[in-house]
Design a protein around this ligand. Structure first.
Ligand code: IPE
Ligand code: IPE
Ligand code: MG
Length: 238
């Protein structure tokens, strides 16, 4: 886990991409059009992150709770994910972007899981930016799956309870290989965490904007980096 560099550029920027439905509704269209347009924002922010020297960009794409949306919307979102993966391979590789998906992947279709595994393998050696997509993810789910696996290791005698500290516990979260976010952006005016990275955001800087996700492009991304550069992070110290 790389430490935060001595610069004002965040190492890890995370985004709760929100407001697709409202964006579409404002144009008298179905919610799915907002999701389609949102893919262009993903591309723009990925490019902006590479340009700014950000090392990790993570995106909350679908929460465990989002499975409770109407089946048609869930199906469209999963189909969109599949097509985006197929379409973006070349541009990700050209830009040196390593692609990683984290979440409760057992709930995804076999086809989507295979496409994800394929893209992760193809981009495994890319090292300019790691693009993490959180899919079927929730913070409480992550902490629970970590606790369960840790309990199994304790029961099997592989780990002693007294050796479980914060670093040891972190290794059981799905984000084990990824530094905690320095900056968390949420679009669309909502100011809540919605069960995203609960453990990992302990000292993350939050940035809220009223801009809806389909309108969040390079200038908006850079504005968030700018705001971050002026924050004073104290981590509990004076
Ligand atoms: C974010 O946009 C995308 C997902 C959560 C999958 P929404 O679909 O939540 O859009 P709003 O918040 O209803 O406008
Ligand atoms: C959070 O957005 C989840 C994602 C962006 C994937 P939601 O739109 O689902 O969150 P709530 O329901 O407004 O809290
Ligand atoms: Mg929403």
């Amino acid at each position: 886990m790389p430490m935060t560099e001595q610069s004002n550029t965040p190492v890890h920027v995370s985004i709760i991409m929100d407001g697709n439905g409202r964006w579409a509704k404002a144009r008298g269209k179905e919610r799915i059009y907002g999701h389609f347009e949102g893919v262009n924002s993903v591309r723009a922010c990925t490019e902006a992150a590479v340009e700014a020297g950000v090392r990790y960009l993570s995106l909350f794409a679908f929460s465990e709770e989002n499975w409770n949306r109407p089946a048609a919307e869930v199906e469209t979102l999963m189909g969109l994910m599949m097509r985006s993966i197929e379409r973006e391979v070349d541009s990700l590789m050209k830009n040196g972007v390593r692609f990683v998906v984290l979440g409760n992947l057992a709930r995804l279709s076999e086809g989507l899981r295979a496409a994800i595994a394929g893209l992760m393998e193809k981009t495994a050696a890319c090292d300019r930016l790691t693009l993490v997509v959180f899919l079927s993810y929730s913070g409480k789910w992550d902490i629970l799956q970590a606790s369960r696996r840790l309990a199994e290791d304790v029961a099997a005698g592989k780990v002693r309870p007294e050796d479980v500290d914060q670093d040891a516990f972190s290794q059981y979260l799905v984000t084990a290989d990824i530094p905690d976010p320095d900056l968390l952006i949420r679009t669309s005016g909502e100011q809540r965490i919605s069960n995203f990275l609960l453990w990992q955001c302990a000292y993350t800087e939050f940035y809220y904007t009223d801009v809806l996700w389909p309108d969040f492009r390079k200038p908006e991304f850079r504005a968030a980096l700018d705001a971050y550069a002026h924050r004073a992070r104290r981590f509990g110290k004076v």
